[in-house]
Design a protein around this ligand. Sequence first.
Ligand SMILES: [Cu+2]
Length: 455
Amino acid sequence: MQLTTTTTTALWTALLSAASVAAHGHVTNIVINGVYYEGFDIDVFPYEDDPPVVVGWTTPNTGNGYIPPSEYAEPNIICHENATNAKGYAVVGAGDKINIQWTAWPDSHHGPVLDYLANCGDDCSTVDKTTLEFFRIDGVGLVNDTDVPGYWGDDELIDNDSSWLVEIPPELAAGNYVLRHEIIALHSAEELDGAQNYPQCFNLKVTGTGTLSPTGTLGTELYQSTDPGLYIDIYSTLTTYEMPGPTLISGAVSVSQSSSSITSYGNATTADDSSATAAAAATTAAAAVSTTAAAVAAADTAAADTSAAAAASVVSITAAPTTFVTATVASTSAAAPASSSAAGDDGDDGDDGDDSDCDDGDDDDDDDDDDDDDDDDSGDSSADSYVASSTAAAAVAATTPAPTTAAVAGSSSSSDTQSMYGQCGGVNWSGATACASGASCYSYNAYYYQCIATS
Ligand SMILES: [Cu+2]
């Protein structure tokens, strides 16, 4: 039985919903051109002696907590509580999009979504986070306030299969960068120190020929507790919303939200890997998850233990960053994109934030949005600040279920041409090997060839 892309997305949402006891949330993984890179699994890795190398920064934040404004001048605001550097990174082309996938996000926690980058110099796995200077590459605040407390960036994230799409600025200079992705929940922000920041960091190696090298702001200087976008009563009618933090850089590209289909699994690259000839790197295992019988079975049961097994299999796939994984996921499980389950979600916040503040919203905290088909392609993402208008609501209402379908493993034939920055070859690659006009196929390693601009 063939599952459509939409069905597959619904399946994963179902698995996530079944497995998650929503406290707040965290990023489970990122997806770049269909390749899945695991984040730091707070439900599992903190309890392991030797957790796998991943692209997500390490946090012992097992309670899904947040950083309050009282810590805006402290290192915790940079990449979350007691965060330490990710040991691996993902390779991404300038102009590529990254889909950042979260556990279910509570729909009472309205607020903006923002993304920043900071250049690490030689190595993001060892850089001192307090020296990183972040510049902002996107941000969506209040989309419309038709229905107070409004429809916000993170509501768009919820409606986008709990994921956020961000584009690396096309002209960004090549180099090593920390991606700082953040939701700020404002449901208690009518009180000073009531905002809740949920920063999540990932290491990237950006490739390209651009020269854009923006100046940035130290993480500990991004916000002030009295910023109008952080000390605000969202339960009153708002005519404007001022995004907190530094202004968007010129050269940033805001994109319409859509979620990305996962067509293969990649391992985090490490500094050691990058000097080796083969192995690791942006390894891709051609896991045709959308067409497996196992996936169908999982859809029928969608029980917590099923998703737990799936999550475990993902861990095992990515646990060996120096070994190329040839097995497809088909025989093992539906390979749910990560997340929670067995290990307790109900732990204490583990930071100064008081969890009791979290239910002030007028919506049910745990009411996961199962309406997974209403991807919002309205293009409102570019709105940096909200100004009331009669067209905003209409734009949001427009729904076009159009998840990314480009470069789905097995669905393209070798006679196709791959678009810019898509994969065009490598061991086990069965998709297009020719690049669209203006691009050439470049071999990063034996397992990953990518279409990049012909210089
Ligand atoms: Cu909360």
